[in-house]
Structure formats: C-alpha cells, structure tokens
Design a protein around this ligand. Structure first.
Ligand SMILES: Nc1ncnc2c1ncn2[C@@H]1O[C@H](COP(=O)(O)OP(=O)(O)O)[C@@H](O)[C@H]1O
Ligand SMILES: [Mg+2]
Length: 377
C-alpha cells in the first residue's frame, strides 16, 4: 500500500482513533490539519470536521502567536526531524490546557516535506499532581530537617541545663554569703541577669526543638486563651497594661495539643505586653470563619505599642531575630512552628493606629456551629 493510497489514510484513522487520551494528527507542510483522531476532540474540543484545514496556531495563545512560536516549532521539526513543545494552549471553548506535543517531520520518497505527525497530550492534571507532590516532598524534607535540627538543639540544651543549674545554685550560695557586701552586689546582680538569660535561651531552645505533636485532639480554644492570659498576668501587672480577651461564643473546637497552643498565645501576649506603653490595653480576640478555606478560627493579638518596623517585618519569624533588649528571638519562631504543627498559619502586621497585630488562623473541627464551645472556660 503506497502512502498516497486512500486506504492508507483509512487504516491510519482507525489506528489513531484507538488512542483516546491524546490528539494524534497530521499537519500538511503549511501547518494545516489533514488528519485528526477522536482523541483530538477530547483534548481540544474540535471534532475532526472542525479541525480539518485549520492551522495549528488555532490552539495557541495570543502571546505565543505574536512571538511566532507555532512556526518555530514546525521549523525545528523540519530541521531536526522532531520537535517537542510544552505549554498552555486554548480549547475551542476558550479554556486553557497544558499540553505536551511531539511533532515528527514526514517526508515524501522524493525528499519533499510531506507534513508533520503530531501527538498532543493534555497534562494539566498530571502537572498539578506533580506540583502537589513536589510541595509535599518539600514539606516532608523541611519537617525532617527541623526534627533532626530539633533533636540536636534539644540535646545541646539538655546538656547545658545541668551545669547551668549548678551555676545558679552556686550563685545563690554566693549571694547568701557575700551579696550584702557593696563590693560584690553589682557582680551578683549582673551574674543573675546573665544566668536568667541563659535559662530563657535554654527553655526557648527546648521548646523550639521539641518534636511536633503527632496527636491533635479537638478542644475549646477559649480555655487555651484564658490560660495564656493567666500565665502572663504577672508581666501585665508589672507593665501596668490591661489584657482584654474576647472569644466569640460558639467558637468551633480546634484539633490541638493544648499545652503547645498555650505557648503560642503566651509568647504573643508576652511580646504585646513587652511593647505596650504603660496604661494601654492588649486585646486578644477569637472568631470563627467558614469561607472557601474551610471552617477555621481567627485569633488576633493587638497592642497599642509602636508596632513592627517595616525592616523587621520579613524577618521576625527567623530564630534568634530580636530587636528587644534582653530578647532571645525565639518567641515568634516558636509561635510559627507550633501553629504550623496545627496546620494553621500566622502573620504579623500593624493595625490602623500603628500597634502590632498578630493573626493566627487555626483549622477548626467541622463547621462553625458544629460542637460549639461555650465561649467561657
Ligand atoms: N508586639 C510587638 N510589637 C512590636 N514589635 C514586636 C512585637 N512582637 C515582636 N516584635 C519584634 O519581633 C522581634 C522578635 O520577637 P520574638 O521572636 O518574640 O523575640 P524576642 O521577644 O526574644 O525579641 C522582637 O525583638 C521585636 O523586635
Ligand atoms: Mg518575644
């Protein structure tokens, strides 16, 4: 059977029609469709009668037409024998699909170009799956790295803690014996300050390095908020700052490790209090949201201090980033870590009046009205 025999086209059509998940087609040397399988309709929306005679540029985006992409691809196929191309194309209904096409140049026995055989697959879904897979692998890699780093940090912190307790105890003994002497007193108080800073650092490192909670149980958030307020009450008194908590009644429960989540709000409240001028108020609010992101709770910690400076905003979650005198810089890093363990997110910014605003989103169990908590303790 010669290639020009009409029977050849028929066999070709039957053959390529069995390929359902790809457009298998042939273009003339001018780039116009001369053969088109049923898979072509599935991929592009054009049936064979619509496709025949159409130029391949029909499925290309405006910007690709402007840059002459379709002709470049055919030129490459003609010169190299084959050309592969990948990118967004347009279906008959105007929607876009991500295509992967292989063009192969076909020749007459006398050496003239006969046209191009093309196979196009719609890989939009595969591409999305691959992107999701890459994201998941990246998250896994980051988690592994964090947990390995966490184990190292926790190990070091643990080793440092013992001599540190020894130093503290010796310092207490020294203070009891010599603290009253004006000669020694300044050294004792300086040593106390530094030892307390080391204790804070070790506590922060151990908290940061703790392995993530694997089991989260749905609990009421308002009790977590109130507990963190209790834990920072002494600091609030010392700073002469009011703390106001408003948890919307009927908040949905949040799958959580309560003690870890208390640490989040304790750190955020401590920051707010440390940056609040005397006589001002720190506000902690929680409300339920049920939008396209699913049922979740939004918590907001607001203060009336100077707020975050624009330069520090992008860096405040970095471990050891601190602009506060005596700060260790682990407070917000710990917050982010724990919130992510709860599959939530945290962002920082400033309110309209300039005070800092830290927003925490936590995924809730069920809908906003499902298993509501009382809003109290
Ligand atoms: N409420 C706030 N208002 C203004 N700046 C803040 C506030 N909370 C945090 N910051 C800034 O973010 C930095 C990092 O905070 P954090 O991680 O808690 O570490 P630390 O408190 O030990 O400095 C702080 O040093 C401060 O510069
Ligand atoms: Mg802090």
């Amino acid at each position: 059977m010669s290639p020009d025999d009409p029977g050849h086209d028929e066999v070709f059509r039957l053959l390529v029609d069995t390929v359902e998940d790809a457009a298998v087609f042939m273009l003339g040397p001018d780039g116009r469709v001369v053969c088109w399988n049923t898979g072509g309709e599935r991929v592009t929306g054009y049936c064979a009668t619509e496709a025949l005679g159409k130029h391949l540029s029909h499925v290309y985006l405006e910007e690709d037409l402007a840059s002459g992409l379709p002709q470049r691809v055919l030129d490459e196929a003609e010169q190299q024998g084959q050309a592969r191309t990948e990118g967004w194309r347009v279906r008959k209904d105007g929607s876009r699909f991500y295509s992967r096409t292989l063009y192969t140049a076909l020749w007459h026995p006398d050496g003239r170009l006969r046209g191009f055989a093309g196979v196009t697959r719609d890989i939009t879904a595969r591409r999305e799956t691959e992107a999701r897979l890459r994201e998941a692998q990246e998250a896994l890699r980051r988690n592994e790295l964090l947990s390995r780093m966490g184990a190292l940090v926790a190990g070091v912190a643990h080793e440092v803690r013992n001599p540190l307790f020894g130093i503290s105890a010796t310092l207490e003994a020294f203070d009891a014996r010599f603290g009253h002497s004006p000669e020694h007193a300044p050294y004792v108080s300086m040593l106390r300050r530094e030892v307390s800073r080391l204790h804070q650092l070790m506590h922060g490192l151990l908290t940061y390095g703790r392995p993530p909670s694997t089991e989260l149980h749905p609990c009421t958030l308002s009790s977590v908020l109130h507990e963190s307020v209790d834990l920072t009450a002494a600091l609030a008194r010392e700073r002469e700052v009011q703390v106001e908590v408003r948890a919307e009644p009927g908040l949905p429960r949040v799958p959580m490790d309560p003690s870890r989540l208390v640490q989040v709000f304790q750190n955020l409240l401590a920051n707010a209090l440390q940056h609040s001028p005397r006589g001002t108020t720190v506000r902690l609010t929680a409300r339920g949201l049920a939008d396209e992101a699913g049922p979740r709770v939004e918590c907001l910690v607001m203060d009336q201090g100077p707020g975050f400076s624009p330069e520090e905003l992008p860096r405040v979650f970095e471990p050891f980033f601190s602009h506060r005198a005596g700060g260790v810089g682990l407070g917000l890093a710990i917050v982010q870590r724990i919130v992510e363990e709860h599959h939530g997110s945290v962002s920082v910014g400033n309110g309209p009046e300039g005070g800092a605003e830290v927003r925490v989103f936590l995924p809730a169990e069920g809908g906003v009205n499902a298993a509501p908590d009382s809003g109290g303790r």
